[in-house]
Design a protein around this ligand. Structure first.
Ligand SMILES: Nc1ncnc2c1ncn2[C@@H]1O[C@H](COP(=O)(O)OP(=O)(O)O)[C@@H](O)[C@H]1O
Ligand SMILES: [Mg+2]
Length: 141
């Protein structure tokens, strides 16, 4: 199964809609609760990063029996220093975005924490490609 959503930069009214739809679909096909939780965090943070930082993009979920792949592809400013961007609390979000409660600088660290495999490719003034793989497994708790 594959689902794809268009995401519009600065569209805060619809921010999180794609991640919510992915969540419902993963629950419907019976993915492990722990897998759904991790995939939804990745999808939500990647979706919000397009809304906050990019012009437009797509969020895609590829669902397999053993894993979920979340892919975010955008047209935007790109990330000049990915290592720096991955640090907890690092954010270039301007004050008016922070006043809305976004831009805590925890999105990429959370994506990293929730992913079994993560690849980020970015080109300045072109865009960013985030691909995360989450294997379907119970939490073991
Ligand atoms: N899709 C993107 N396009 C351009 N820059 C991005 C993108 N995603 C993340 N970044 C950059 O990486 C920084 C850290 O991202 P993140 O950890 O999600 O924090 P936040 O979104 O709260 O700023 C952002 O502030 C921004 O500078
Ligand atoms: Mg973010």
């Amino acid at each position: 199964m594959q689902m794809q959503f268009e995401v519009q930069g600065m569209d805060f009214n619809r921010a999180g809609e794609a991640a919510a739809k992915i969540k419902k679909a993963l629950q419907m096909v019976g993915m492990e609760v722990h897998t759904v939780r991790r995939a939804v965090i990745v999808a939500y943070e990647a979706e919000l990063n397009i809304v906050i930082h990019a012009r437009r993009g797509t969020l895609t979920a590829h669902v397999y029996p053993d894993r979920v792949e979340i892919e975010a592809l955008d047209e935007g400013p790109g990330i000049p220093d990915i290592t720096l961007a991955m640090q907890e609390g690092y954010s270039t979000a301007p004050p008016h975005i922070r006043e809305m409660g976004f831009g805590a600088g925890m999105g990429l660290p959370n994506i990293n924490r929730c992913s079994d495999k993560l690849q980020i490719d970015s080109a300045v003034n072109k865009g960013t490609h985030v691909k995360s793989i989450i294997f379907n497994q119970a939490s073991g708790e």
